[in-house]
Design a protein around this ligand. Sequence first.
Ligand SMILES: NC(=O)c1ccc[n+]([C@@H]2O[C@H](COP(=O)([O-])OP(=O)(O)OC[C@H]3O[C@@H](n4cnc5c(N)ncnc54)[C@H](O)[C@@H]3O)[C@@H](O)[C@H]2O)c1
Length: 248
Amino acid sequence: MTEIVTAAAPSNRLKGRRIVITGAASGIGRRTAQIFAKQGAALTLLDRNAEALAEIARETGGLAVATDITDEASVERAVEQGASAMGGIGGIVNAAGIWLRGSVREVGFAEWRRVIDVNLTGVYIVVRCCLPWLTQAPFATVVNLASGQGLFVNVANRTAYAASKGGVVNLTRALAAELAPHIRVNSVCPGLVDTPMSANMGRDVSAYALKRIADPVEIANAILFLTSSEASYVTGAALAVDGGRTFH
Ligand SMILES: NC(=O)c1ccc[n+]([C@@H]2O[C@H](COP(=O)([O-])OP(=O)(O)OC[C@H]3O[C@@H](n4cnc5c(N)ncnc54)[C@H](O)[C@@H]3O)[C@@H](O)[C@H]2O)c1
């Protein structure tokens, strides 16, 4: 089996970078915050779960701002706080998201709208609020968490989630085109990842070439690559980090 690198060695790959991470209180966002701190980044951490957010902020030395990313005014305030604490903003990782199982027959309008609001509109709001600072940074990056479900759908009963994540993949491409050459914008499309979100998704990995669920660090490592200058020629990409699920 492939070795899983469980904690990137501190090597200052993000030294001098000022990054906003949403969804930082749990799962992939939380693991990303830990790795980014080790790589020398200054962090502003956004999540609606204030208690868990405070804990990861203490651990990483980041600024915690409890925020619902669907509330534009509150994101605007959070981002201003972050920019003044860090001295600017040069990157975003949009990891906040919600999961919803259900077909078009089952999911009502309110539930549909909530999923689109958080998973798609939330990304738009955070990027828009950060833009004045991203534009001033010497170079800047945005990494959006989409999903394998944003690249293909061969499983029934996840209409709203799949639509929201397909939206994130194409929003990413649109932003990459609009904000080039100064700001690189990419999405990461995970398969099944071992986080609280996937706890009741089922753990069938038979369709995955690597036959296992991902550790959150394996997604965070891809986010680190896309945020770092090692990915200096990568923009508009939808990077599948899915154990071979989308080709298998
Ligand atoms: N876990 C998986 O298997 C998987 C697979 C593919 C894609 N993803 C995507 O990766 C991202 C991270 O997922 P995760 O597994 O770490 O989930 P998670 O549930 O562990 O963490 C998500 C975080 O987002 C926060 N959040 C949700 N709605 C919010 C809102 N409106 N405002 C602010 N914060 C909010 C939650 O409080 C939570 O801390 C999500 O976008 C998810 O859709 C996850």
